[in-house]
Design a binder for this molecule. Structure first.
Ligand code: COA
Ligand code: MG
Length: 300
């Protein structure tokens, strides 16, 4: 199983100041951005700065790069500059669906071979919901062979633009990071289900009100309980909050171990009890999921 990545911090690829800070943060992954955070006039400069970062910065975080979309004029130069430096993965914005993962994979196959890199080593994380077409294709991920696919992430901003919406927020919520309107809540759930059906990580979208730490904690905590394995971040202060929210608590681990033990102690029983509470096979599976998650972060 691929290591589970809880936090993915976006770093604008043309910001020397933010790049200098990025390597020393505790993000499980940093995503050097060549796309929306970088103006067209700065694309070439950002590509160079990200290449330098990949070559020189030592960090415990996985280094990912968000390239420009496959149908943009930048994608060829992005991949040529980045792939030879063996990033952990490529985040692909605005795909139409898994068909675009297949074509990116083929390009990675060629570049890996040309540069003597291990075949298939570079993973892919799409922002899988940025157009209406992409949303309608989510159900194809579980049926497409995509060995590079690390997970599915989703976004609400570009989708709103694509469908001609004036906002992605629900009418009743006027806060800076108010509740998403129904369409986006539905898309979020579809992303979760598509990721689970495909057997890959489910990565929730970013919380844009980056000074509202309580709001982030509430959103990230709820996402973890729903089955998301990680979340996108835009500010360093969000990273420790996300890491904590997506790690089972000590009490949850203890409880899961106790449930697994209770079934081990009663190998012939389909139902057991702890302190007078009945537990059957779904409880055992849930406990095993909690322990698998914990081990997936690299803990014992
Ligand atoms: N990565 C690395 N460092 C970051 C950072 C990031 N994403 N966001 C902020 N920082 C640094 C700042 O440079 C500042 O450094 P300093 O202490 O050396 O001065 C420190 O963290 C505190 O930042 P702060 O002043 O609170 O915020 P800001 O006004 O500098 O930046 C944003 C606010 C939103 C512009 C910034 O967080 C950002 O660029 N986020 C990522 C945007 C992005 O990539 N979007 C595309 C994907 S949606
Ligand atoms: Mg975008």
């Amino acid at each position: 199983m691929a290591k589970i990545l809880r936090s993915f911090l976006f770093v604008p690829g043309d910001s020397a100041k933010k790049l200098a800070k990025a390597g020393g943060l505790e993000a499980d992954a940093i995503i050097l951005d060549l796309e929306d955070a970088v103006l067209p006039v700065n694309k070439a400069k950002a590509r160079k700065m990200c290449a330098e970062f990949l070559q020189s910065v030592k960090t415990a975080s996985q280094i990912w790069v968000r390239v420009n979309p496959l149908d943009s004029e930048y994608i060829g130069a992005d991949l040529a500059a980045i792939v030879p430096l063996s990033p952990a993965g490529i985040m692909l914005p605005k795909p139409d669906g898994p068909v675009d993962m297949e074509s990116l994979s083929r390009r990675l196959d060629e570049l890996e071979a040309a540069h003597g890199l291990a075949a298939g080593g570079i993973k892919i994380l799409p922002v899988a919901t940025e157009t209406a077409r992409a949303v309608m294709s989510l159900g194809l991920y579980p049926r497409t062979y995509l060995p590079r696919l690390l997970g599915l992430s989703w976004g609400a901003e570009d989708l709103a633009t694509d469908i001609g919406a004036l906002t992605n927020k629900g009418a009743a919520n006027k806060g800076a990071d108010g509740q998403f309107a129904f369409t986006y809540q539905m898309v979020r759930s579809q992303t979760l289900l598509a990721a689970k059906a495909a057997g890959v990580q489910a990565v929730d979208t970013l919380y844009d009100d980056f000074r509202d730490h309580d709001g982030l904690r509430a959103r990230a905590g709820a996402a973890f309980r729903e089955g998301f394995t990680g979340m996108l971040a835009i500010h360093p202060a969000q990273v420790p909050i996300i890491n904590k929210c997506f790690t089972p608590t000590g009490a949850q681990i203890q409880r899961a171990k106790a449930v697994v033990q209770a079934f081990k102690d009663n190998p012939d029983a389909g139902a057991v009890q702890i302190s007078g509470k009945m537990l059957d096979i779904p409880h055992l599976k849930q406990a095993q999921n909690v322990l698998a998650l914990y081990e997936g972060y690299g803990h014992e």
